[in-house]
Design a binder for this molecule. Structure first.
Ligand code: FE2
Length: 329
């Protein structure tokens, strides 16, 4: 085994939620003298399996103190994990993004005043990543934390406090409806156009793709497309038996608002029945209680298991550059 100079120690920060003696997220801080990027990459390769297991168990790992500065450094760090890449072009995500390297893109181009509610990445579509990486190139002047929430803890609480709602979510699943513009609209947190989403310039090919994916749809007079997903799971069982609140219910119900979309119409149970807004509000409240806000410093990286933890974005002031990369299943 190659000896490296990288020593990472687990630490705790104020505000980390704790449950059954576990803190969330896991925080690994590099100790000691200067180190080089090649040494860090070697350390990742040597510890890849245990880091992967730690991310799944704890939901997320925050790495601090690494010598990562640029998008290319971040790209190299991700590659050291040797995960399959999940390409934005292949996704049905509704966010507008800009690629910085083949694997790295800006987390969301939505304006700084917009708060992005907690969600599992792309759980509102049939195609989602298994993990996400975030990298802080430049923190905001104020605000701009990335909230992270343990979704298995959340589902546990829902089963105890709102058992009927939890059962409905698990048994019925969810349908999501979203009105997409033709062209990308960067002023919206969900402004990706239908041509980009379904990788098609014509209505015919968009319809073909929606048919394959099990969507239903309606073309609107202004060229927009109202698309409804097939029934998607709202609760996911992990290989170790934990159940997570794997969906975009909170984000869709509270956040899918722009000039085209009314959050009240964005989501129903899988049988078409309506959600009780009080239940969703309570779920959002519990999620907030279980949330840790990642206080970004330049060079920080977070590895999030998308099946275990939700993420979002707090509003901010000034320029904030947080880059992201997705891992395929
Ligand atoms: Fe996201």
């Amino acid at each position: 085994m190659t000896a490296t100079t990288v020593v990472m120690t687990e630490l705790h920060m104020t505000g980390q939620p704790e449950f059954d003696g576990q803190f969330f997220p896991a925080i690994l801080n590099r100790e000691g003298d200067e180190t080089s990027l090649p040494d860090v990459l070697t350390w990742v390769r040597e510890n890849r399996d245990s880091l992967d297991a730690k991310a799944s168990q704890s939901g997320a790992i925050l790495f601090r103190g690494l010598p990562l500065v640029t998008a290319n450094d971040f790209d190299a760090f991700i590659r050291a994990f040797d995960y399959p890449n999940f390409r934005y072009e292949d996704s049905l995500s509704n966010a507008v993004r800009v690629n910085r390297t083949e694997r790295v893109f800006t987390a969301n181009e939505a304006p700084s005043s917009i708060t992005i509610c907690l969600h599992h990445e792309m759980a509102q579509t049939p195609v989602y990543p298994s993990r996400l990486f975030f990298f802080c190139e430049k923190p905001a002047d104020a605000g701009g934390a990335t909230p992270l929430c343990r979704s298995d803890w959340l589902f546990d609480r829902l089963c105890r406090e709102l058992p009927q709602f939890a059962r409905n979510c698990e048994e019925k699943g969810l349908l999501y409806t979203n009105v997409m513009p033709a062209e990308n609209d960067p002023t919206s947190g969900m402004g990706r156009g239908w041509q980009s989403t379904f990788r098609s310039e014509s209505r015919d090919t968009a319809e073909q793709r929606m048919r394959e994916l099990g969507y239903s749809w309606e073309w609107l007079d202004d060229g927009c497309l109202r698309a409804t997903t097939p029934r998607l799971q709202a609760v996911r069982e992990l290989p170790d038996g934990r159940k997570t609140f794997f969906n975009q219910l909170i984000a869709a119900f509270h956040g899918w608002k722009d000039s085209r979309n009314d959050p009240a119409k964005a989501i129903t149970f899988g049988d078409g029945t309506l959600l009780n807004p009080a239940d969703v509000d309570r779920a959002a409240q519990i999620a907030e209680e279980l949330t840790f806000d990642v206080p970004w410093q330049a060079g920080d990286v977070a590895l999030v298991d998308n099946y275990v933890a939700m993420h979002g974005r707090r509003s901010f002031e000034g320029r904030r550059i947080v880059l992201a990369s997705l891992v395929a299943s």
